[in-house]
Design a protein around this ligand. Sequence first.
Ligand SMILES: NC(=O)c1ccc[n+]([C@@H]2O[C@H](COP(=O)([O-])OP(=O)(O)OC[C@H]3O[C@@H](n4cnc5c(N)ncnc54)[C@H](OP(=O)(O)O)[C@@H]3O)[C@@H](O)[C@H]2O)c1
Length: 434
Amino acid sequence: MPNAQQAPLKIAVAGLGTVGAGVLKLLETQGSLIEQRCGRRIEVVAVSARSKGKDRGVDLSRVQWFDDPVAMAAQSGADLVVELIGGSEGPARDTVATALETGKHVVTANKALLAVHGTEIAQKAESRGLTVAFEAAVAGGIPIIKGLREGLAGNAVSEIHGILNGTCNYILTEMRTTGRDFADVLADAQALGYAEADPSFDIDGIDAAHKLAILASVAFGTPVDFSSVYIEGIRQVSAVDFDYADQLGFRIKLLGIARRTESGVEQRVHPCMVPVAAPIASVDGVFNAVVAQADFADRVLFVGRGAGAGPTASAVVADLIDIARGRSTPTFGVPADRLGAATPSPMEARRGSYYVRLMVVDRPGVIADIAAAMRDQNVSMEQFLQRGRSPGEGVPVVLTTHDTDEAAMQRALATIAASDSVLEPPRMIRIEQF
Ligand SMILES: NC(=O)c1ccc[n+]([C@@H]2O[C@H](COP(=O)([O-])OP(=O)(O)OC[C@H]3O[C@@H](n4cnc5c(N)ncnc54)[C@H](OP(=O)(O)O)[C@@H]3O)[C@@H](O)[C@H]2O)c1
């Protein structure tokens, strides 16, 4: 039975932006429910952000203010520091380090920090008997970290794949449903607040790669290895690819995929064609989804909102409640000094099928040359689509392949790109048959 007399868990919150203010609001709204659930209150004793005067929509009058989050981490007298500033370096990293060095637990939503320094942070925390919790860092409101680390703790997980960036999923969904171009839809997403003014972290796949590196560590019990993630964003996906995908029975999604293979651990983020019947194919808009392939539980699918004040605050507060209850698990599911090193599998070793779109001059022999370039690399074509004829001019040609090696595919594409009948760099999207 929870002990109603237990002292409150005192927390200090660094960062009062979308997530920080969301956490304070949730704690205010759900105070009694949280107290009932964990037998003690969660009390905000200190906060820090850049601008003290900004209205955060919450009452901060009884909370100590710090201009410097690192000083707050050291001096606030809290039991736990919540880091919601963001970024892999600078104040976020220093705040977390100081919190741990001064004996405080840490809760963070910062995927960039964990992707780059996760193993070192876990070692620092665990060597001091402290907890670092980060449910909010991956897929916002979806409890995927707990799902993997606790819910599937009795399983060996062989693969994780997912839609890990809501901005990209929104853009790809809009492109498919409206037929509009990437640039046009991106501008809309920025106006609606779904994409940042500088959208590159999202659309170039880096944000998804941060999350994938964390998921792979939790799924496979390996150190976080962001530098081994192959990353390709969605800038090259064109409106016409959605028409062809439809004809071929696919949807286009930016996926993060982590898989144990014979050649090591694959970690990659890139646009994929997935069969329309795959559950993940129908996860649209800003929603995220993660699929785990586990040996006893089999396939498990998680879907939900990957960002926003409410869903992200929900994940942060779930971590706070765990700590208030005295629950603790090793940061990445395996104690940090026992995470087993993994050999990264190079992208060239990927095996699978491919969609290729070419713009070629419509003249005799061109298709035969393309087929020869494929044949010379042992790449076998499965389907071939050519729309209309326009002798002497450029026409789009689309083909799909049977399973082949990425290295062979890249060599075939290099030969095709060098042909003077090919007017634009070939566009290739990998097909994943989930
Ligand atoms: N937004 C989401 O939906 C979402 C979802 C999942 C995870 N996350 C992660 O959550 C974290 C926070 O994201 P966010 O969207 O809430 O960011 P945000 O709205 O930009 O808020 C960042 C906060 O940090 C404060 N800050 C920045 N530099 C500081 C410094 N040197 N000292 C003290 N405070 C400083 C800012 O202060 P001012 O307000 O005074 O400028 C602001 O309150 C990031 O790691 C992000 O990746 C966000």
